[in-house]
Design a protein around this ligand. Structure first.
Ligand code: NIG
Ligand code: FE
Length: 415
């Protein structure tokens, strides 16, 4: 079925076929066509152009963009949206002055979420989690990576990953699953971190691979969590089971996580609230996407990543939400884009590219998503008429979506 989106005020985020990510100065440009049309065939972008050039192509169905922007949907390459309940009690502790590390050291934090998840049935976990996915789809997210890591036993990690699989089957957007067994040491292994790492390597990873439940493996490589040596071992076992690394690094301290991630060919190294120039040097010449999570900096009052320095060094940068109950209870990618501009001094164009093509790369979907490109999936946002692209992060609380990727994909024939 051919669908023509017409009356497009500005078609934004056009990239040539084969462009997988944008680095350095390239990040400052968003290619646009004003007064445009876009033709979709069975959910795939087949052509687009300016209205002035030639008569509009024939189609079975028309969608009127009413003068709005048409842009690629957001790709959110780092989230933990599968969790049970919430941690609003810790929110009070945080306001009263306790740090993230202090809450974790008291047995709260991730372990608190693991206890709640353990006592929640798989069906109930699915019900709670898909609501969050629906919430972010309505805010423009068209691809979402979701991590395990609130199970911390083999059984509960598998429960989480099965829920992610059910979500993938239930929604029209792209879902990628990451195994994050090494998120914290499970309660049964308190004082025996090595024993827990053995469990991750010898039991959890083989079980996850046997059911083909994840594409990626992640480790919280940070002070008070997992060491570089433990991370290396987990990544090695993950690689032997076909899992590509994505790493939590440098959130709480300069951890060596970037170096070990690059060494093992990580698709992305994420957080980077604390970075020295050495990390920037290490990332140069690698294929690893530095990914920053300004929602976590905002919520925990941590430093923001040095995105500008990375870009000046010629590197790409991706932004993602980190949607989770402890450090970033929001999956709003437009807010992420706004924080990128307001707190990290990215231009609106840099923030746009960081939330679309570069975050698509950071979750391995850049060949099908993240830009307006012939042959890619028409996972799009049609906006209300806007004065400029800058308006999106600038007036970040004013509703801007006329038709989001969820509704649009359904109209284009996805379930
Ligand atoms: O990315 N840092 C580790 N993991 C999450 C937080 C998880 C939690 O506190 O529940 C993050 O910030
Ligand atoms: Fe995270």
């Amino acid at each position: 079925m051919r669908t023509l989106i017409h009356n497009i005020g500005t078609l934004a985020g056009i990239l040539p076929q084969g462009k997988r990510k944008l680095s350095g100065e390239e990040m400052g440009k968003v290619e646009c066509i004003d007064n445009a049309w876009l033709l979709v065939d069975d959910g795939i972008i087949v052509d687009f152009g300016p209205v002035s050039d030639s008569p509009l192509p024939q189609a079975d169905k028309m969608i009127d963009a009413k003068g709005g922007y048409v842009m690629p949907s957001f790709c959110d390459s780092h989230s933990h949206v599968v969790y049970a309940g919430c941690r609003d009690g810790e929110f009070r502790d945080k306001i009263a002055g306790l740090s993230y590390e202090e809450i974790a050291a008291r047995g709260g934090g991730i372990l608190n979420s693991a206890d709640l998840l353990h006592s929640t049935s798989e069906d109930e976990l699915f019900r709670q989690s898909i609501q969050r996915v629906q919430e972010v789809m309505a805010k423009g997210t068209g691809a979402l990576e979701i991590k395990s890591g609130y199970g911390l036993t083999t059984e509960d990690e598998l429960k989480m990953l099965r829920v992610i699989k059910r979500i993938r089957q239930a929604v029209p957007i792209e879902i990628k699953a990451t195994f994050l067994g090494a998120h914290a040491v499970g309660r049964a292994f308190r004082g025996n971190q090595q024993g827990y790492v053995d469990l991750v390597c010898n039991e959890m990873i083989p079980a996850v691979a046997a059911e083909n439940l994840a594409e990626f493996v992640d480790v919280f490589c940070d002070e008070g969590f997992f060491t570089v040596e433990q991370t290396a071992r987990i990544l090695e076992v993950g690689a032997a089971h076909g899992l590509k690394p994505k790493i939590h690094a440098n959130e709480l301290a300069v951890s060596g996580g970037v170096q070990v991630g690059v060494k093992f060919g990580a698709l992305s190294v994420d957080h980077l609230e604390r970075t020295t120039d050495e990390e920037i040097e290490v990332l140069k010449g690698s294929q690893t996407m530095p990914t920053m999570l300004p929602g976590a900096s905002f919520f925990l009052g941590m430093p923001y990543g040095r995105a500008k320095d990375y870009i000046r060094a010629g590197l790409p940068v991706a932004l993602a939400s980190d949607y989770n109950p402890g450090s970033s209870p929001s999956g709003d990618m437009r807010f992420v884009m706004a924080l990128g501009c307001i707190r990290m001094r990215l231009t609106p164009e840099e923030a746009f590219n960081a939330c679309t093509i570069n975050s698509a790369y950071a979750m391995g979907v850049e060949s099908m998503l993240g830009s307006i490109t012939r042959g890619k999936k028409a996972s799009l946002i049609i906006t209300k008429p806007l004065p400029s692209l800058s308006f999106i992060p600038y007036a970040h609380q004013s509703p801007f979506i006329a038709l989001g990727p969820d509704c649009l994909l359904k109209q284009l024939g996805y379930h």
